[in-house]
Design a protein around this ligand. Structure first.
Ligand SMILES: Nc1ncnc2c1ncn2[C@@H]1O[C@H](COP(=O)(O)OP(=O)(O)OP(=O)(O)O)[C@@H](O)[C@H]1O
Ligand SMILES: [Mg+2]
Length: 417
Protein backbone atom coordinates (compact mmCIF):
# COMPACT_ATOMS: atom_id res chain seq x y z
CA UNK A 1 0.00 0.00 0.00
CA UNK A 2 1.40 3.41 -0.90
CA UNK A 3 0.43 6.65 0.81
CA UNK A 4 -0.14 9.59 -1.47
CA UNK A 5 -1.94 12.93 -1.15
CA UNK A 6 -2.23 16.08 -3.22
CA UNK A 7 0.54 17.74 -1.23
CA UNK A 8 3.06 15.40 -2.87
CA UNK A 9 2.60 16.95 -6.32
CA UNK A 10 5.93 18.72 -6.89
CA UNK A 11 5.87 22.52 -7.11
CA UNK A 12 5.37 23.63 -10.68
CA UNK A 13 4.04 20.25 -11.87
CA UNK A 14 0.58 20.00 -13.41
CA UNK A 15 -1.99 19.42 -10.65
CA UNK A 16 -4.67 17.82 -12.87
CA UNK A 17 -1.98 15.69 -14.48
CA UNK A 18 -0.57 14.60 -11.11
CA UNK A 19 -4.01 13.75 -9.74
CA UNK A 20 -5.02 11.87 -12.86
CA UNK A 21 -1.85 9.80 -12.85
CA UNK A 22 -2.40 8.71 -9.24
CA UNK A 23 -6.04 7.88 -9.85
CA UNK A 24 -5.04 5.78 -12.83
CA UNK A 25 -2.48 3.90 -10.72
CA UNK A 26 -4.86 3.15 -7.87
CA UNK A 27 -6.01 -0.45 -7.76
CA UNK A 28 -8.41 -0.28 -4.84
CA UNK A 29 -10.34 2.90 -4.01
CA UNK A 30 -11.41 3.28 -0.38
CA UNK A 31 -14.07 5.97 0.00
CA UNK A 32 -14.40 7.44 3.48
CA UNK A 33 -18.10 8.30 3.41
CA UNK A 34 -19.26 11.29 5.41
CA UNK A 35 -22.04 13.84 4.91
CA UNK A 36 -19.46 16.48 3.87
CA UNK A 37 -18.07 14.21 1.23
CA UNK A 38 -21.52 13.23 -0.07
CA UNK A 39 -22.62 16.86 -0.09
CA UNK A 40 -19.88 17.71 -2.59
CA UNK A 41 -21.59 15.33 -4.99
CA UNK A 42 -19.85 12.34 -6.47
CA UNK A 43 -19.60 13.93 -9.89
CA UNK A 44 -17.28 16.50 -8.33
CA UNK A 45 -15.07 13.96 -6.57
CA UNK A 46 -12.06 14.03 -8.84
CA UNK A 47 -11.22 10.63 -10.20
CA UNK A 48 -13.96 8.68 -8.47
CA UNK A 49 -16.36 8.50 -11.42
CA UNK A 50 -13.51 7.43 -13.65
CA UNK A 51 -12.52 4.75 -11.16
CA UNK A 52 -16.09 3.43 -10.98
CA UNK A 53 -16.46 3.52 -14.76
CA UNK A 54 -13.17 1.65 -15.12
CA UNK A 55 -14.59 -1.11 -12.95
CA UNK A 56 -11.98 -0.60 -10.22
CA UNK A 57 -12.69 -2.03 -6.83
CA UNK A 58 -14.39 0.74 -4.83
CA UNK A 59 -14.96 0.13 -1.12
CA UNK A 60 -17.08 2.63 0.81
CA UNK A 61 -16.18 2.93 4.50
CA UNK A 62 -19.01 4.16 6.72
CA UNK A 63 -17.17 6.76 8.78
CA UNK A 64 -20.10 9.02 9.63
CA UNK A 65 -23.84 8.51 8.97
CA UNK A 66 -24.31 9.26 5.25
CA UNK A 67 -26.98 8.44 2.73
CA UNK A 68 -25.40 6.49 -0.14
CA UNK A 69 -28.68 5.55 -1.84
CA UNK A 70 -29.17 7.48 -5.11
CA UNK A 71 -25.39 7.63 -5.58
CA UNK A 72 -23.14 5.42 -7.66
CA UNK A 73 -21.89 3.90 -4.41
CA UNK A 74 -25.33 2.45 -3.66
CA UNK A 75 -25.26 -1.32 -3.77
CA UNK A 76 -21.52 -1.63 -3.11
CA UNK A 77 -20.60 -3.68 -0.03
CA UNK A 78 -19.44 -1.14 2.55
CA UNK A 79 -17.21 -1.60 5.59
CA UNK A 80 -17.63 -2.12 8.49
CA UNK A 81 -20.17 -4.73 7.37
CA UNK A 82 -22.41 -4.43 10.40
CA UNK A 83 -23.02 -2.12 13.30
CA UNK A 84 -23.06 1.66 13.51
CA UNK A 85 -20.79 4.03 11.59
CA UNK A 86 -17.25 4.43 12.99
CA UNK A 87 -17.88 7.85 14.49
CA UNK A 88 -20.80 6.52 16.53
CA UNK A 89 -18.70 3.88 18.31
CA UNK A 90 -16.72 3.93 21.51
CA UNK A 91 -13.02 4.60 21.05
CA UNK A 92 -11.98 0.95 21.63
CA UNK A 93 -14.63 -0.39 19.35
CA UNK A 94 -13.74 2.15 16.68
CA UNK A 95 -10.11 1.15 16.70
CA UNK A 96 -10.82 -2.54 16.34
CA UNK A 97 -13.23 -1.72 13.48
CA UNK A 98 -10.45 0.23 11.70
CA UNK A 99 -8.18 -2.81 12.17
CA UNK A 100 -10.77 -5.05 10.53
CA UNK A 101 -11.11 -2.65 7.62
CA UNK A 102 -7.33 -2.47 7.15
CA UNK A 103 -7.06 -6.27 7.16
CA UNK A 104 -9.84 -6.67 4.63
CA UNK A 105 -8.40 -4.04 2.26
CA UNK A 106 -4.95 -5.63 2.55
CA UNK A 107 -6.25 -9.05 1.61
CA UNK A 108 -8.17 -7.53 -1.33
CA UNK A 109 -4.93 -5.99 -2.59
CA UNK A 110 -3.11 -9.32 -2.22
CA UNK A 111 -5.85 -11.11 -4.17
CA UNK A 112 -5.69 -8.55 -6.97
CA UNK A 113 -1.93 -8.91 -7.26
CA UNK A 114 -2.34 -12.68 -7.60
CA UNK A 115 -4.97 -12.13 -10.30
CA UNK A 116 -2.60 -9.87 -12.22
CA UNK A 117 -0.54 -12.91 -13.29
CA UNK A 118 -0.78 -12.87 -17.03
CA UNK A 119 0.76 -15.46 -19.28
CA UNK A 120 1.35 -15.96 -22.98
CA UNK A 121 -0.67 -14.54 -25.88
CA UNK A 122 2.51 -13.30 -27.51
CA UNK A 123 0.92 -12.90 -30.95
CA UNK A 124 -2.21 -11.15 -29.66
CA UNK A 125 -0.12 -8.79 -27.53
CA UNK A 126 1.98 -7.78 -30.49
CA UNK A 127 -1.10 -7.21 -32.60
CA UNK A 128 -2.53 -4.86 -29.98
CA UNK A 129 0.67 -2.84 -29.62
CA UNK A 130 0.99 -2.57 -33.40
CA UNK A 131 -2.62 -1.39 -33.67
CA UNK A 132 -2.04 1.29 -31.02
CA UNK A 133 1.09 2.50 -32.84
CA UNK A 134 -0.85 2.79 -36.08
CA UNK A 135 -3.83 4.33 -34.27
CA UNK A 136 -6.01 1.53 -35.60
CA UNK A 137 -9.32 0.66 -33.89
CA UNK A 138 -9.25 -2.93 -32.69
CA UNK A 139 -11.74 -5.46 -31.41
CA UNK A 140 -10.76 -8.35 -29.15
CA UNK A 141 -13.26 -11.09 -29.81
CA UNK A 142 -13.72 -14.25 -27.81
CA UNK A 143 -16.12 -16.63 -26.12
CA UNK A 144 -17.03 -16.14 -22.45
CA UNK A 145 -14.10 -16.75 -20.05
CA UNK A 146 -11.49 -17.11 -22.78
CA UNK A 147 -9.45 -14.25 -21.34
CA UNK A 148 -10.63 -11.03 -23.04
CA UNK A 149 -10.60 -8.93 -19.88
CA UNK A 150 -7.23 -10.33 -18.79
CA UNK A 151 -5.74 -9.33 -22.15
CA UNK A 152 -7.34 -5.88 -22.06
CA UNK A 153 -5.99 -5.32 -18.53
CA UNK A 154 -2.56 -6.36 -19.77
CA UNK A 155 -2.89 -3.74 -22.53
CA UNK A 156 -3.89 -1.15 -19.93
CA UNK A 157 -0.84 -1.84 -17.75
CA UNK A 158 1.53 -1.97 -20.69
CA UNK A 159 0.30 1.18 -22.44
CA UNK A 160 0.35 3.06 -19.16
CA UNK A 161 3.96 2.02 -18.59
CA UNK A 162 4.71 3.28 -22.10
CA UNK A 163 3.31 6.65 -21.05
CA UNK A 164 0.18 6.55 -23.26
CA UNK A 165 -3.00 8.16 -21.92
CA UNK A 166 -5.26 5.12 -21.52
CA UNK A 167 -8.74 4.83 -20.15
CA UNK A 168 -10.30 1.54 -19.10
CA UNK A 169 -14.08 1.49 -19.30
CA UNK A 170 -16.31 -1.41 -18.42
CA UNK A 171 -19.39 -1.02 -20.60
CA UNK A 172 -21.46 -3.20 -18.26
CA UNK A 173 -20.54 -0.87 -15.41
CA UNK A 174 -21.85 2.00 -17.52
CA UNK A 175 -25.39 0.69 -17.35
CA UNK A 176 -27.60 3.63 -16.49
CA UNK A 177 -24.77 6.00 -17.46
CA UNK A 178 -25.16 8.48 -20.28
CA UNK A 179 -22.63 9.51 -22.92
CA UNK A 180 -21.96 12.56 -20.73
CA UNK A 181 -20.81 10.29 -17.89
CA UNK A 182 -18.45 8.50 -20.22
CA UNK A 183 -17.00 11.73 -21.55
CA UNK A 184 -16.51 13.00 -17.98
CA UNK A 185 -14.94 9.73 -16.85
CA UNK A 186 -12.49 9.72 -19.75
CA UNK A 187 -11.63 13.38 -19.18
CA UNK A 188 -10.96 12.68 -15.51
CA UNK A 189 -8.66 9.79 -16.26
CA UNK A 190 -6.56 11.69 -18.75
CA UNK A 191 -6.47 14.83 -16.60
CA UNK A 192 -8.71 17.03 -18.76
CA UNK A 193 -11.66 17.36 -16.42
CA UNK A 194 -11.55 21.10 -16.09
CA UNK A 195 -11.33 21.74 -19.82
CA UNK A 196 -14.11 19.31 -20.70
CA UNK A 197 -16.47 20.40 -17.93
CA UNK A 198 -16.01 24.03 -18.96
CA UNK A 199 -16.74 23.13 -22.58
CA UNK A 200 -19.89 21.23 -21.58
CA UNK A 201 -21.10 24.03 -19.32
CA UNK A 202 -20.37 26.59 -22.01
CA UNK A 203 -22.67 24.75 -24.41
CA UNK A 204 -25.72 24.08 -22.29
CA UNK A 205 -27.12 24.29 -18.78
CA UNK A 206 -28.06 20.65 -19.16
CA UNK A 207 -25.54 19.04 -21.50
CA UNK A 208 -26.81 15.98 -23.33
CA UNK A 209 -25.73 13.57 -26.00
CA UNK A 210 -25.17 16.29 -28.59
CA UNK A 211 -22.85 18.27 -26.34
CA UNK A 212 -21.05 15.06 -25.35
CA UNK A 213 -20.38 14.36 -29.02
CA UNK A 214 -19.22 17.95 -29.58
CA UNK A 215 -16.60 17.88 -26.84
CA UNK A 216 -15.22 14.47 -27.85
CA UNK A 217 -12.34 16.02 -29.83
CA UNK A 218 -10.99 17.43 -26.54
CA UNK A 219 -10.34 13.84 -25.53
CA UNK A 220 -8.12 13.17 -28.52
CA UNK A 221 -4.76 11.50 -28.10
CA UNK A 222 -6.27 8.95 -25.75
CA UNK A 223 -6.67 5.24 -26.02
CA UNK A 224 -10.01 3.80 -24.88
CA UNK A 225 -10.06 0.23 -23.65
CA UNK A 226 -13.72 -0.77 -23.52
CA UNK A 227 -14.49 -4.08 -21.86
CA UNK A 228 -17.74 -6.03 -22.37
CA UNK A 229 -18.50 -3.65 -25.22
CA UNK A 230 -21.48 -5.82 -26.29
CA UNK A 231 -23.42 -3.98 -23.59
CA UNK A 232 -23.15 -0.68 -25.49
CA UNK A 233 -25.28 -2.05 -28.28
CA UNK A 234 -27.94 -3.59 -26.09
CA UNK A 235 -29.55 -0.81 -24.13
CA UNK A 236 -30.62 2.68 -24.98
CA UNK A 237 -28.63 4.95 -22.74
CA UNK A 238 -28.05 7.58 -25.34
CA UNK A 239 -25.04 6.30 -27.24
CA UNK A 240 -26.62 7.27 -30.49
CA UNK A 241 -25.37 7.33 -34.04
CA UNK A 242 -24.05 10.90 -33.75
CA UNK A 243 -21.82 9.99 -30.80
CA UNK A 244 -20.34 6.98 -32.55
CA UNK A 245 -19.96 8.87 -35.82
CA UNK A 246 -17.83 11.49 -34.05
CA UNK A 247 -15.85 8.76 -32.32
CA UNK A 248 -15.32 7.06 -35.65
CA UNK A 249 -14.03 10.22 -37.29
CA UNK A 250 -11.69 10.82 -34.31
CA UNK A 251 -10.34 7.37 -34.92
CA UNK A 252 -9.47 8.35 -38.46
CA UNK A 253 -7.90 11.81 -38.21
CA UNK A 254 -4.58 11.95 -40.00
CA UNK A 255 -2.54 13.31 -37.12
CA UNK A 256 -1.93 10.41 -34.73
CA UNK A 257 -1.55 12.92 -31.88
CA UNK A 258 -5.15 13.97 -32.38
CA UNK A 259 -6.59 10.51 -32.62
CA UNK A 260 -8.78 8.52 -30.29
CA UNK A 261 -7.77 4.87 -30.41
CA UNK A 262 -10.51 2.38 -29.60
CA UNK A 263 -9.83 -1.12 -28.36
CA UNK A 264 -12.83 -3.11 -27.22
CA UNK A 265 -13.44 -6.61 -25.94
CA UNK A 266 -16.68 -8.34 -26.78
CA UNK A 267 -18.15 -11.73 -27.59
CA UNK A 268 -19.41 -10.70 -31.00
CA UNK A 269 -18.30 -8.24 -33.65
CA UNK A 270 -19.47 -4.79 -32.54
CA UNK A 271 -20.03 -3.56 -36.07
CA UNK A 272 -22.44 -6.43 -36.64
CA UNK A 273 -24.12 -5.74 -33.28
CA UNK A 274 -24.58 -2.04 -34.04
CA UNK A 275 -25.92 -2.90 -37.45
CA UNK A 276 -28.40 -5.39 -36.06
CA UNK A 277 -29.70 -2.92 -33.45
CA UNK A 278 -29.80 -0.07 -35.98
CA UNK A 279 -27.78 2.04 -33.53
CA UNK A 280 -25.08 3.20 -35.85
CA UNK A 281 -23.95 2.71 -39.37
CA UNK A 282 -20.21 2.52 -39.86
CA UNK A 283 -18.50 2.58 -36.47
CA UNK A 284 -15.80 -0.13 -36.30
CA UNK A 285 -16.48 -1.38 -39.82
CA UNK A 286 -12.76 -1.29 -40.52
CA UNK A 287 -11.47 -2.24 -37.07
CA UNK A 288 -8.86 -4.96 -36.94
CA UNK A 289 -9.87 -8.10 -35.09
CA UNK A 290 -7.85 -10.02 -32.56
CA UNK A 291 -9.26 -13.43 -31.68
CA UNK A 292 -8.94 -14.42 -28.05
CA UNK A 293 -9.04 -18.19 -28.14
CA UNK A 294 -7.21 -20.81 -26.09
CA UNK A 295 -3.65 -20.46 -24.80
CA UNK A 296 -0.85 -22.34 -26.54
CA UNK A 297 0.88 -25.41 -25.14
CA UNK A 298 3.94 -23.27 -24.32
CA UNK A 299 1.75 -20.76 -22.45
CA UNK A 300 0.22 -23.56 -20.39
CA UNK A 301 3.60 -25.02 -19.44
CA UNK A 302 4.81 -21.54 -18.51
CA UNK A 303 1.73 -20.78 -16.40
CA UNK A 304 1.70 -24.04 -14.45
CA UNK A 305 5.48 -23.91 -14.10
CA UNK A 306 5.09 -20.69 -12.10
CA UNK A 307 3.10 -22.68 -9.56
CA UNK A 308 5.77 -25.36 -9.37
CA UNK A 309 3.73 -27.93 -11.31
CA UNK A 310 6.02 -30.61 -12.79
CA UNK A 311 6.27 -30.79 -16.55
CA UNK A 312 4.56 -34.17 -16.77
CA UNK A 313 1.52 -32.90 -14.85
CA UNK A 314 1.53 -29.65 -16.85
CA UNK A 315 1.38 -31.68 -20.08
CA UNK A 316 -1.52 -33.68 -18.67
CA UNK A 317 -3.28 -30.40 -17.83
CA UNK A 318 -2.71 -29.23 -21.40
CA UNK A 319 -4.30 -32.41 -22.78
CA UNK A 320 -7.21 -32.04 -20.41
CA UNK A 321 -7.95 -28.33 -20.88
CA UNK A 322 -6.69 -27.66 -24.41
CA UNK A 323 -5.45 -24.30 -23.09
CA UNK A 324 -8.77 -22.87 -21.87
CA UNK A 325 -7.75 -20.33 -19.16
CA UNK A 326 -10.80 -20.87 -16.98
CA UNK A 327 -10.21 -24.65 -16.87
CA UNK A 328 -6.52 -24.07 -16.17
CA UNK A 329 -7.36 -21.94 -13.16
CA UNK A 330 -9.42 -24.84 -11.82
CA UNK A 331 -6.46 -27.17 -12.34
CA UNK A 332 -4.15 -24.74 -10.50
CA UNK A 333 -6.57 -24.48 -7.59
CA UNK A 334 -7.00 -28.25 -7.32
CA UNK A 335 -3.38 -29.23 -7.92
CA UNK A 336 -2.83 -30.05 -4.25
CA UNK A 337 -5.64 -32.63 -4.15
CA UNK A 338 -3.49 -35.50 -5.40
CA UNK A 339 -4.46 -39.12 -5.12
CA UNK A 340 -7.32 -38.92 -7.58
CA UNK A 341 -6.89 -40.76 -10.88
CA UNK A 342 -6.93 -38.86 -14.16
CA UNK A 343 -10.42 -40.03 -15.04
CA UNK A 344 -11.88 -38.76 -11.79
CA UNK A 345 -10.21 -35.36 -12.30
CA UNK A 346 -11.53 -35.11 -15.86
CA UNK A 347 -14.99 -35.97 -14.58
CA UNK A 348 -14.89 -33.29 -11.87
CA UNK A 349 -13.55 -30.61 -14.20
CA UNK A 350 -16.15 -31.58 -16.82
CA UNK A 351 -18.97 -31.10 -14.33
CA UNK A 352 -17.54 -27.76 -13.23
CA UNK A 353 -17.09 -26.51 -16.82
CA UNK A 354 -20.47 -27.76 -18.05
CA UNK A 355 -22.46 -24.51 -17.69
CA UNK A 356 -19.75 -22.61 -19.57
CA UNK A 357 -19.58 -25.25 -22.31
CA UNK A 358 -23.37 -25.15 -22.64
CA UNK A 359 -23.14 -21.39 -23.11
CA UNK A 360 -20.49 -21.80 -25.81
CA UNK A 361 -22.52 -24.51 -27.54
CA UNK A 362 -25.56 -22.22 -27.73
CA UNK A 363 -23.55 -19.59 -29.64
CA UNK A 364 -22.46 -22.09 -32.31
CA UNK A 365 -24.07 -22.40 -35.73
CA UNK A 366 -25.26 -25.71 -37.18
CA UNK A 367 -22.11 -26.02 -39.34
CA UNK A 368 -19.83 -25.45 -36.32
CA UNK A 369 -21.65 -28.11 -34.32
CA UNK A 370 -21.56 -30.63 -37.16
CA UNK A 371 -17.88 -29.97 -37.70
CA UNK A 372 -17.00 -30.43 -34.01
CA UNK A 373 -19.06 -33.60 -33.68
CA UNK A 374 -17.45 -35.12 -36.76
CA UNK A 375 -13.89 -34.24 -35.77
CA UNK A 376 -14.54 -35.47 -32.23
CA UNK A 377 -15.63 -38.79 -33.70
CA UNK A 378 -12.49 -39.00 -35.83
CA UNK A 379 -14.12 -38.17 -39.19
CA UNK A 380 -12.41 -35.81 -41.64
CA UNK A 381 -14.18 -32.52 -42.35
CA UNK A 382 -13.87 -30.27 -45.40
CA UNK A 383 -15.75 -27.19 -44.19
CA UNK A 384 -12.87 -24.67 -44.22
CA UNK A 385 -14.94 -21.71 -43.05
CA UNK A 386 -16.28 -23.52 -39.99
CA UNK A 387 -12.84 -24.94 -39.20
CA UNK A 388 -11.20 -21.51 -39.30
CA UNK A 389 -13.80 -19.92 -37.11
CA UNK A 390 -13.59 -22.78 -34.58
CA UNK A 391 -9.79 -22.45 -34.53
CA UNK A 392 -10.12 -18.68 -33.95
CA UNK A 393 -12.43 -19.26 -31.01
CA UNK A 394 -10.12 -21.86 -29.49
CA UNK A 395 -12.61 -24.72 -29.83
CA UNK A 396 -10.43 -26.69 -32.23
CA UNK A 397 -6.74 -27.40 -32.12
CA UNK A 398 -4.33 -27.92 -34.99
CA UNK A 399 -1.25 -29.96 -34.12
CA UNK A 400 1.08 -31.47 -36.67
CA UNK A 401 -1.53 -30.90 -39.38
CA UNK A 402 -4.16 -32.80 -37.43
CA UNK A 403 -7.35 -31.19 -36.20
CA UNK A 404 -8.74 -32.19 -32.82
CA UNK A 405 -11.36 -30.84 -30.46
CA UNK A 406 -9.45 -28.57 -28.01
CA UNK A 407 -8.97 -30.43 -24.75
CA UNK A 408 -10.27 -33.76 -23.49
CA UNK A 409 -12.90 -32.15 -21.26
CA UNK A 410 -14.44 -30.08 -24.08
CA UNK A 411 -14.13 -33.17 -26.32
CA UNK A 412 -16.21 -35.23 -23.90
CA UNK A 413 -18.83 -32.51 -23.74
CA UNK A 414 -19.07 -32.30 -27.54
CA UNK A 415 -19.56 -36.05 -27.82
CA UNK A 416 -22.20 -36.09 -25.11
CA UNK A 417 -24.27 -33.08 -26.10
N1 LIG B 1 -3.36 -14.97 -20.34
C1 LIG B 1 -3.82 -15.23 -19.11
N2 LIG B 1 -2.96 -15.39 -18.09
C2 LIG B 1 -3.42 -15.66 -16.86
N3 LIG B 1 -4.70 -15.79 -16.54
C3 LIG B 1 -5.61 -15.64 -17.50
C4 LIG B 1 -5.22 -15.34 -18.84
N4 LIG B 1 -6.33 -15.26 -19.59
C5 LIG B 1 -7.36 -15.46 -18.76
N5 LIG B 1 -6.95 -15.68 -17.51
C6 LIG B 1 -7.81 -15.95 -16.34
O1 LIG B 1 -8.92 -16.72 -16.78
C7 LIG B 1 -10.14 -16.23 -16.22
C8 LIG B 1 -11.10 -15.82 -17.33
O2 LIG B 1 -10.54 -14.74 -18.05
P1 LIG B 1 -11.30 -13.37 -18.34
O3 LIG B 1 -12.16 -12.97 -17.21
O4 LIG B 1 -10.27 -12.41 -18.81
O5 LIG B 1 -12.20 -13.84 -19.54
P2 LIG B 1 -13.29 -13.03 -20.36
O6 LIG B 1 -13.21 -13.50 -21.75
O7 LIG B 1 -13.10 -11.57 -20.13
O8 LIG B 1 -14.60 -13.56 -19.68
P3 LIG B 1 -16.07 -12.87 -19.64
O9 LIG B 1 -16.81 -13.53 -20.75
O10 LIG B 1 -16.61 -13.24 -18.31
O11 LIG B 1 -15.90 -11.40 -19.84
C9 LIG B 1 -9.77 -15.06 -15.33
O12 LIG B 1 -9.74 -15.49 -14.00
C10 LIG B 1 -8.40 -14.64 -15.81
O13 LIG B 1 -7.62 -14.10 -14.78
MG1 LIG C 1 -14.43 -10.18 -19.37
Amino acid sequence: MAVWYEGLIPAGASRPGGLAAEWARAEVVVVLASPDFMARGLDDAPGLCGAIAAGKLVVPVRVRPSDLSDTRLAGLQALPRTGPELRRRSEDNRESAWMEIATEVKSLAARMRAEAIFVGREAEREEILRAVDRGQATQLLGLPKMGKTALLRWAERTLRTLGKPVVFLNARGLEGCSAIHVVRAVAETIGKSREVNAALRGRSALPGIREAAEVLPLLAASCWLVDDADALATYGHGFDKVFFDVLRSLGQVQDLNQRVVWISASETDMYGRFHATGLTSQFLNSASKVHVGRLTKGDVLDWLGRFGVKEESALAAWDLTGGCPQALEWVIEHRGNGGKDDDAIAEMLGTWMRPLFEGWWRTLGADDKRCLKALGGGTLVKDDAAIQSLLDRGLLLEQKNTLTVAGAVWGRFVQGV
